[in-house]
Write a protein that binds this ligand. Structure first.
Ligand code: CAA
Length: 283
C-alpha cells in the first residue's frame, strides 16, 4: 500500500513534530485538533523550526513554503475520510484514545492504517475497540521529533505483517530509523529510560548527591546529551510518573515503584519545563 495522505491527530508538541517531518518528506498532511488555536500554535512551532533551517542554510525559503503548503488544518475527525494513515498524538489517556480510534474506525477508508504515538499505553487494547485491529499499530516518535532519529514501531497482538511493512517504509521516507518492538508495558524505550530517570530521582531523594551532580555524572561520565533530572523536566514529571505507574501496574515488580519525590513534585504542580519548575527552575 502506498501512503500519500496522512492525518495527525493532536497538534501539540509531538503531533506538530510528526506533522513537520511528514510534510518535509513530501506527504500531504492534515493536522487535526479540537480548536483552531491549537492548530495555529502547532503550525507556529513548525514555521519557527523551518525558518531556523532557512537561516542556517539547510533549506531555501521556497522549500519552507512548499512544506508549509502541504499542511492543512482539520478541526473534525471526519476529514479522515480519504487518508491512507492516521497518526494519533492526543492526550495519554486510554479512554480518550479509544474514543478517537472508535470514531476514526467508522470514518477512515477501509485500507487506512490507524497508528498511535502513545509512549506507553497498550496498542492491543486500543486496537480492540476497532473493527480493524490488524491495521492498528504503534509509531512512537521521540521528542524533539524533528531531531531524534528513532521511531519505535510497536506491533499489537493482531497487527498484520503488511501493515508493519508499510509503516516501516513510511518511517524510512521520514528519514527516521524504525525499530521493531512487541507490545509490552513501556515498549523498549520507556522500559529502560524511565527506570533510569526514576533511579536518578531516588538518588536525589536519598541525598546521594545534588541534582546538578547527578546530571553531571550521566552527562560527562556516560555522554548522555542531558542529565536524567533535566531530561525528566523536559519530558514532564507528570508523564514520567504516569509511565512509571504503567510499568509498575503492568509488570507487577516493585523495582518499578515510582519515587515518592516524583509523586510529591507532581502533586505540587511542579511538572518540569512546561510549568516553569520541576527539578530546576525555568524563566
Ligand atoms: N525542535 C526542533 N529542533 C530542535 C528542538 C526542537 N524542540 N530542540 C533542539 N533542536 C535542534 C536545535 O535547533 C539544534 O539544531 P541546530 O543548532 O543545528 O539548528 C539541535 O537540535 C541541537 O540543539 P541545541 O544546540 O539547542 O541543544 P543540544 O545540543 O543540547 O540538543 C537536544 C538538544 C537534541 C534536545 C539534546 O539535548 C538531546 O538529544 N536531549 C535528549 C533528548 C531525549 O532523550 N529525547 C527522548 C525523550 S523520551 C521520549 O521522547 C519518549 C517518551 O515517550 C517519554
Amino acid at each position: 500500500m502506498t501512503i500519500q495522505k496522512v492525518m495527525i491527530v493532536g497538534a501539540g508538541q509531538m503531533g506538530s513534530g510528526v506533522a513537520q517531518v511528514c510534510a518535509q518528506a513530501g506527504f500531504t498532511v492534515l493536522l487535526n485538533d479540537m480548536k483552531q488555536e491549537f492548530f495555529d500554535r502547532g503550525l507556529g512551532v513548525i514555521t519557527k523550526n523551518l525558518s531556523r533551517d532557512v537561516e542556517k542554510g539547510r533549506k531555501t525559503e521556497e522549500e519552507k513554503q512548499a512544506i508549509l503548503n502541504r499542511i492543512s488544518m482539520s478541526l473534525d475527525l471526519k476529514d479522515a475520510v480519504d487518508v491512507d494513515i492516521v497518526i494519533e498524538a492526543a492526550t495519554e489517556n486510554m479512554d480518550i484514545k479509544q474514543s478517537i480510534f472508535r470514531e476514526l474506525d467508522a470514518i477512515a477508508p477501509k485500507h487506512a492504517i490507524l497508528a498511535t504515538n502513545t509512549s506507553s499505553l497498550p496498542i492491543t487494547e486500543i486496537a480492540a475497540v476497532t473493527e480493524r485491529p490488524e491495521q492498528v499499530i504503534g509509531m512512537h516518535f521521540m521528542n524533539p521529533v524533528p531531531v531524534m532519529k528513532l521511531v519505535e514501531i510497536i506491533r499489537g497482538l493482531a497487527t498484520a505483517d503488511e501493515v508493519y511493512q508499510s509503516v516501516e517504509e513510511m518511517t524510512r521516507k521520514l528519514s527516521k530509523t524504525p525499530v521493531e518492538v512487541n507490545d509490552f508495558p513501556g515498549f523498549v524505550s520507556n522500559r529502560i529510560l524511565l527506570p533510569m530517570i526514576n533511579e536518578a530521582i531516588y538518588a536525589l531523594y536519598e541525598g546521594v548527591a545534588t541534582k546538578e551532580a547527578i546530571d553531571d555524572v550521566m552527562k560527562l561520565g556516560m555522554n548522555h546529551p542531558m542529565g536524567p533530572l533535566t531530561l525528566a523536566d523536559f519530558i514532564g514529571l507528570d508523564t514520567c510518573l504516569y509511565i512509571m505507574e504503567i510499568l509498575h501496574d503492568g509488570l507487577g515488580d516493585s523495582k518499578y515503584r515510582p519515587c515518592p519525590l516524583l509523586r510529591k513534585y507532581v502533586a505540587a504542580g511542579w511538572l518540569g519545563k512546561k510549568t516553569g519548575r520541576g527539578f530546576y527552575v525555568y524563566e
